[in-house]
Design a protein around this ligand. Structure first.
Ligand code: KIV
Length: 629
């Protein structure tokens, strides 16, 4: 039943549902998590969006119509090579493929599944789930996502296309097909470089050879039974135009349904990239029978601008990642592109629109931040901690008078609630119920076990801190719930450190079979000695690549979050899609707490759990899930 209640500001009002509807995929997700029981704990993300049926924003250009829940967003029927609505732009999310190529961002199969489920809530049209030929783990993860997420058709018929990347060779393409074919809408994405510099130095092939390979491989992909084939001329931004028209014309004849135009090294200017798309549209034979796509890297900080320019010039698929993560400086970010279209699409972008439910953006961003360990910079557009903070007196005065003075997007549009809008202050006297309802408002729907765990952590913090802020709560949820496979758990830590004597740590860990292990070690400081004690127990050779610590809020009683990145031995390898090189995977872990050594230790154990869980447990679970699908 819809009960109009919350008046969050004079020009933003929310209508809440007391009983939110969960798509069927959500229920299946919970079932899968049962299967993952021993290796993980469950968390459902429920964003403000699940509760809100309407948000009106009155800003500069009259009413920004953000009033669509996923089920009311009108999405044209999916036909691989055609969109029967000229203003609809498909969103292709490559967080799990290009995003995961960021250093330290390795994701376990279970984490990928969680993110894919969240992408479904957002309503992305295509999920590039990975590069199946990169490793057995990548293959299994893509297969699991295809089988699970790629079959969870919601009530209005929406189900994302599940795509797998492949280089232009038969083995990669066959492997990609073997992984994605379980989806209702499978897609193979194959690519080969077309710029002179790549063809001469990387491929050592002539233009004619490259055309021949591209044509044959697109034909091969189609011959496997895949009717949705995407082709990318890698480094198109620096490729010769006439050559591009020629190779693209050939792959269209061979059966490609989407032509993706990558600015692989982020070299082009928006006007140039827009012209590139317009020229391809005007000069490529057969182009009217396919979808043109953009894939913009952010080396010059222009990825979003280039992507929007591409859409204006006729691209109807945009490749993006959550938080803009990806190789080097990353990719165009989903949240920026979506909000640019949502904010300005109607008025200055010719009515362009997407099928994205923007109110799931904030929590998706948080989930990707936690799982990849790649922190979002505070001033990042849309999802950064400062994106809706108003510091200067003049701005604050304007905001108090009318939010539209300094905000073009309201935080609710992306599923973010300002703490001081809610009017609830949590402290040591707050009970489980108050915590649960604030967490729900922040978008976290925890099962009883997780809620209990977070509650006891909350109580411990509240004993020492007068006010527990939303940021503290988010850190506690991340630390308690958003952990990958829990193979090793910290039970106790005791430290002696300071200027008198040696830093010594005694650590007690619990293994997956419930057995306790204790070790004691001496180190150069408290963190070093604690890590050494863990190494004595887990006995896994690792190199610590990065260690950082931040305080969540200001003040001496702040919660600290710690992030570490580790590299294991040579068995953790994967193939880089662009270079073909074998690269060693790195794994990140995050810990939070008021005691910085405990937070540091949790981050280290988290990274170790992720690395150990990368093989074995998750793969077995994958097999179980795909067998039963
Ligand atoms: O950046 C790039 O060129 C790519 C392609 C494989 C699309 O990631």
């Amino acid at each position: 039943m819809a009960v109009p209640v919350t008046l969050s500001s004079p020009n933003h009002f929310l209508v809440r549902h007391s009983n939110s509807q969960f798509p069927s995929c959500h229920r299946r997700y919970n079932r899968n998590l049962q299967a993952l029981k021993n290796s993980s704990r469950s968390l459902s993300f429920r964003t403000v969006a699940d509760n809100v049926s309407r948000i009106y924003c009155s800003h500069t250009e009259s009413v920004v119509s953000n009033s669509k829940s996923n089920s009311s967003i009108k999405r044209p029927p999916y036909i691989p090579n055609r969109i029967p609505d000229s203003s609809y732009v498909r969103l292709f999310d490559t967080t799990l493929r290009d995003g995961e190529q960021s250093p330290g961002a390795s994701l376990t199969a279970k984490e990928k599944l969680d993110i894919a489920r969240q992408l479904v809530k957002l309503g992305v049209d295509i999920i590039e789930a990975g590069f199946p030929a990169a490793s057995k783990e990548d293959f299994e993860a893509v297969k699991m996502i295809a089988a699970e997420v790629g079959n969870a058709v919601n009530e209005d018929g929406y189900v994302p296309v599940i795509c797998g990347l492949s280089r232009c060779n038969e083995n990669d393409i066959r492997t990609a097909w073997e992984a994605v074919k379980y989806a209702k809408r499978p897609r193979i994405h194959t690519f080969i470089a077309t710029s002179e510099i790549h063809m001469e130095h990387k491929l050592r092939k002539t233009r004619e050879q490259v055309i021949e390979i591209a044509r044959n491989m697109v034909r091969f992909a189609r011959s496997l039974g895949c009717d949705d084939v995407e082709f990318s001329p890698e480094d198109a931004g620096r490729s010769d135009r006439e050559f591009l028209y020629q190779i693209l014309g050939e792959v269209i004849k061979a059966g490609a349904t989407t032509l993706n135009i990558p600015d692989t090294v982020g070299y082009t200017m928006p006007v140039e990239f827009g012209n590139l798309i317009a020229d391809i549209k005007a000069n490529t034979p057969g182009i009217d029978n396919v979808i043109i796509s953009t894939h913009c890297q952010n080396d010059l900080g222009l990825a979003t601008a280039n992507t929007v320019a591409g859409a204006c010039a006729g691209a109807r698929q945009l490749e993006v990642t959550i938080n803009g993560i990806g190789e080097r400086a990353g990719n165009a970010s989903l949240e920026e592109v979506v909000m640019a279209l949502q904010c300005r699409g109607e008025h200055v972008l010719g009515g362009l629109r997407t099928g994205i439910n923007s109110r799931h953006i904030f929590l998706t961003s948080k989930m990707v931040e936690e799982y990849t360990g790649l922190n979002v910079q505070p001033h990042k557009a849309i999802v950064g901690a400062n994106a809706f903070a108003h510091e200067s007196g003049i701005h604050q005065d304007g905001m108090l008078k009318h939010k539209g003075t300094y905000e073009i997007i309201s935080p609710e549009d992306i599923g973010y609630e300002r703490s001081n809008d809610a009017g609830i202050v949590l402290g040591k006297l707050s009970g489980r119920h108050a915590l649960k309802s604030r967490l729900l408002e922040l978008g976290y729907e925890l099962d009883n076990e997780n809620l209990d765990n977070v509650f006891w952590r909350f109580k411990a913090v509240a004993e020492q801190k007068k006010r527990v802020t939303d940021m503290d709560l988010r850190a506690l949820v991340s630390d308690e719930v958003l952990q990958s496979t829990v193979l090793w758990k910290l039970l106790d830590l005791q430290i002696t450190c300071g200027t008198l004597g040696l830093s010594t740590a005694t650590v007690k860990l619990l293994d997956a079979d419930g057995k306790e292990h204790v070790a004691c070690a001496v180190g150069t400081g408290p963190v070093d000695s604690a890590y050494k004690a863990v190494d004595l127990i887990i006995k896994e050779p690792v190199t610590l690549l990065d260690y950082s610590m931040n305080s969540v809020t200001e003040g001496i009683d702040a919660i600290a979050t710690t992030r570490v990145v580790i590299r294991g031995d040579n068995s953790y390898l994967s193939t880089n899609a662009s270079t073909g090189e074998e690269v060693q995977r790195t794994f990140s872990g995050i810990g939070a707490g008021m005691d910085i050594v405990v937070a540091s230790l949790k981050a280290y154990i988290g990274a170790l759990n992720k690395m150990l869980g990368f093989y074995g447990v998750d793969v077995k679970v994958t097999e179980k899930i795909t067998q039963s699908a």
